[in-house]
Design a protein around this ligand. Structure first.
Ligand code: DX5
Ligand code: ZN
Length: 216
């Protein structure tokens, strides 16, 4: 089965989105990954609704939005309205996670929970039957271009074992430092969807890199 590749638009050229979307739309990726940062939950600010709207108009791919924000419930309906299909919120930012997941589903989107590198994935055990995907952060969220944290591989394996028991349809997505050199090993560990920012947009031939990663 082909790997789901989700190029992170954080690494795209915001001065020429048309050009990057031409590449994306004709590539082997299935998703695009939209990193939404609020400067509160993470020490960086990225982009908001006007940019998501523009990307929605340009893309032919499935939109996967990763909310690195506090109080995500306030904005869930707006992401649905813009055509986002996969929406993840952070475990660390949601005191009423079950309610938040219900809100995402009520808006017609697939619900995911993202976990920071320090968060034990087993904390998701009770919410797992409700989830469509789990996003394992393999860097500390906030910036593209960081190095992959090796312990993330064990987290994937641990999570995969529980998923098989309680919710086999739940996907595992990984985000941060994913590249040509580690993707095959991550797929082997149980990852289904791979976010890649700098590995795609920093490569000489982004389309060829996506094709390589999709088939790794
Ligand atoms: C980090 C973001 C990532 C980031 C990945 O906070 O969630 O999606 O853009 O970038 P790379 O692939 O360069 O590590
Ligand atoms: Zn992300």
């Amino acid at each position: 089965m082909k790997n789901i590749i989700a190029p992170s638009m954080l690494s795209a050229d915001f001065g020429n989105l048309e050009k990057d979307f031409e590449m994306i739309n004709s590539s082997d990726c299935e998703w695009i990954h939209l990193d939404i940062m609020d400067g509160v939950f993470v020490p960086n600010i990225s982009f908001g609704f006007p940019v998501v709207k523009r990307m929605a108009a340009l893309t032919k791919k499935t939109m996967d939005a990763h909310l690195m924000i506090v109080e995500p419930d306030k904005y869930i309906p707006q992401f649905a309205k813009l055509g986002v299909e996969y929406l993840s919120v952070h475990y660390e930012a949601c005191p009423h996670l079950h309610r938040t997941v219900q809100n995402i589903h009520a808006c017609g989107m697939k619900a995911g929970v993202a976990v920071n590198p320090h968060t034990n994935v087993m904390l998701l055990e009770d919410i797992l039957p409700e989830l469509d995907f789990v996003l394992i952060m393999s860097v500390n969220p906030g910036f593209g271009g960081q190095s992959f944290i090796p312990q993330s591989v064990e987290k994937v394996k641990k999570l995969k074992a529980v998923i098989e028991k309680v919710n086999p349809g739940c996907l595992i997505e990984i985000d941060g430092g994913v590249c040509r050199d580690n993707i095959a090993m991550l797929a082997e560990a149980g990852v289904d969807a791979f976010v890649a920012g700098s590995a795609v947009f920093g490569s000489e031939d982004p389309k060829a890199t996506i094709a390589f990663m999709a088939n790794a």
